[in-house]
Design a protein around this ligand. Structure first.
Ligand code: DX5
Ligand code: ZN
Length: 227
């Protein structure tokens, strides 16, 4: 399978990753074409197990289906208690990038290596209450760090501005590494909050509600996020 890992994209440019969690699932292919036409660089796919977070969302069959309608890199965010059990299924379904939570169970270093050895890029993320230092053992094993600016589980929540110092701190730590690492932010991003996280050092912006539910339309929403 042809992969489009995030290592192929510049880590010093702002990239937009619409989250399909906020899309109209009855018109999913159309919604994805809309963000592709709007110039989004990635498609963010939120995977929830009803256990690590109190919500259920998308499984491998959906990823496999939308793979046939989109050439965008698929940025898969696993909110799973046991990511090692499912990573392979998402890789087989057509993921290009997989992010796992540092609070998950299992040998996380081995899972990150498995993701990379499949040709995907790898990422690690943390809940708002988890300190940045929890990521330290994994920074050399990832191509992206994701900072959550809402409690994972649901779209449409308010941006947590108290996470900005953490974004700034992680951005500095990533500069010290000898490989480029993307810094993604997820939760409550819109035209007002996106500039705050870019200023703090983030380069990948996840946005669900502000893209798919924007009265101004998808293209205008993506443009406003970027500017
Ligand atoms: C939350 C998800 C987010 C969410 C973002 O658990 O990880 O990706 O869909 O949605 P908005 O942009 O609506 O906060
Ligand atoms: Zn997400």
């Amino acid at each position: 399978m042809q992969r489009r890992p995030l290592t192929a994209l510049p880590a010093d440019k702002v990239l937009v990753a619409p989250s399909i969690l906020a899309a109209d699932f009855g018109r999913l292919a159309e919604e994805i074409s809309g963000v592709e036409a709007a110039g989004a660089e990635l498609l963010h796919i939120d995977v929830m197990d009803g256990h690590f977070v109190p919500n259920l969302s998308i499984g491998p069959p959906v990823v496999q289906s939308i793979r046939t309608v989109s050439a965008l890199p698929f940025d898969v965010h696993l909110m799973l208690a046991d990511p090692g059990r499912y990573a392979e299924a998402f890789i087989a379904a057509g993921a290009d990038h997989i992010t796992i939570h540092v609070e998950s169970e299992g040998d996380l270093a081995a899972i990150l290596e498995q993701i990379r050895s499949s040709g995907c890029s790898s990422g690690i993320t943390l809940r708002p209450g988890t300190p940045a230092s929890a990521l330290d053992p994994y920074l050399n094993l990832v191509d992206m760090v994701l900072v959550m600016t809402v409690e994972p589980g649901f779209g449409g929540q308010s941006f947590m501005a108290d996470q900005i110092p953490k974004i700034r701190h992680i951005a500095r730590a990533l500069e010290e590494l000898d490989h480029p690492v993307h810094l993604e932010v997820d939760g409550g991003l819109d035209a007002q909050t996106a500039p705050l996280v870019v200023e703090a050092g983030a380069n990948v912006l996840v946005a669900g509600s502000s893209v798919f539910r924007n009265p101004a339309g998808i293209s205008e929403a993506v443009r406003r996020l970027r500017s």
